[in-house]
Write a protein that binds this ligand. Structure first.
Ligand code: MN
Length: 321
């Protein structure tokens, strides 16, 4: 599907950048490959044209992404948030950036680059297209539109985002444009195999143990095709795992024949339970509708929500109290 025509927004963004000396790039909480790839590709470009750039996030850089970069993420409370000429939030902008927006000065121009639907927050410039695979895809189009040289590093960062958000080209958002862009990024030196190896083929023992628990507890509801499982804080600590290790469980459950959508409920800090929902295009389920019922959001095929509560294991499964 063709991307929205953003030529005027892209020119505005380019103008804002040209007038800015100091720029903040913001990654969403629990950062994934798309938000990290976006902010780091942008950082390399902005530094190459002499800008002072900070990259920030409410959470640290996931360890599997450390091998790809010399850059790091700052916690926003350690930055002088009033000092930026522009602040650019990349990917899932309502997940974390909302917390710092009140601390920005009136003079700071805010920019959203996102591919999530239903964004209610507003920015001075919003470049949002839910039909694109990733924020990295939009940033690639921006670079091309402005004749910006995409270096090998930048190509690698953008490729990380595309692979991350398309599930390594497995999801329905893998359009012909995604393949064209990926082919161009390969020509510029991005390595798909190196990225896949670091993100997919290097599972730690702790991750596999946690997955084992999740799969063991999984149950199918034949009435609606739901496959669901739970992970308690105890599961996570006993496996020496972290919440990062939960990421792919829902996608893997979704590969079980006869199921229509997958749900993983996992206990997080402060009595919060996170729900991750996944489906596939051909299964005909819109999981974002379910996420909305619980005050969450996301895409048709990948959504999430958070509720207050605790997971209690029972004789025949589990319950939420
Ligand atoms: Mn994304």
């Amino acid at each position: 599907m063709p991307m929205k025509n953003f030529s005027s927004e892209f020119n505005t963004l380019s103008y804002i950048i040209s007038k800015s000396k100091k720029i903040l790039l913001f990654a969403h909480s629990n950062p994934d490959g798309d938000t990290i790839g976006s902010v780091f590709a942008f950082k390399e470009h902005l530094e190459s044209i002499g800008k002072t750039v900070d990259t920030a996030c409410n959470d640290p850089l996931p360890s599997y992404l450390e091998t790809f970069t010399k850059y790091s993420l700052e916690f926003p409370e350690r930055l002088d948030l009033g000092s930026y000429d522009a602040a650019i939030a990349c990917d899932s902008v309502e997940h974390g950036f909302n917390k710092i927006m009140p601390s920005l000065e009136e003079k700071t121009v805010t920019v959203f680059i996102d591919h999530h639907p239903d964004i209610t927050a507003s920015a001075d410039v919003a470049i949002i297209d839910p039909k694109t695979s990733s924020a990295c895809e939009i940033i690639y189009e921006y670079f091309i539109s402005q004749n910006i040289n995409i270096t090998k590093n930048m190509a690698t960062y953008l490729m990380i985002g595309i692979l991350s958000d398309t599930g390594n080209f497995q999801h329905a958002n893998t359009t012909t444009r995604v393949m064209e862009i990926s082919s161009d990024l390969l020509k510029r030196g991005a390595s798909v195999s190196k990225i896949i190896q670091s993100t997919l083929a290097n599972k730690k023992m702790s991750t596999l143990k946690l997955w084992g628990r999740a799969f063991e507890k999984a149950k199918i509801n034949p009435a609606n095709g739901l496959i669901a499982t739970v992970l308690t804080s105890k599961d996570i600590s006993e496996c020496n795992a972290t919440t990062e290790d939960i990421g792919q469980v829902a996608s893997i459950l979704n590969t079980v024949p006869g199921t229509k959508f997958a749900l993983v409920l996992s206990e997080r800090e402060n009595g919060v339970i996170k729900g991750s929902l996944r489906s596939e295009e051909y299964k005909g389920v819109d999981v974002s509708k379910i996420a909305h019922q619980f005050g969450g959001g996301g895409h048709k095929l990948a959504s999430g929500f958070e509720i207050k509560g605790q997971i209690i294991e029972t004789q025949d499964g589990w319950k939420i109290v």
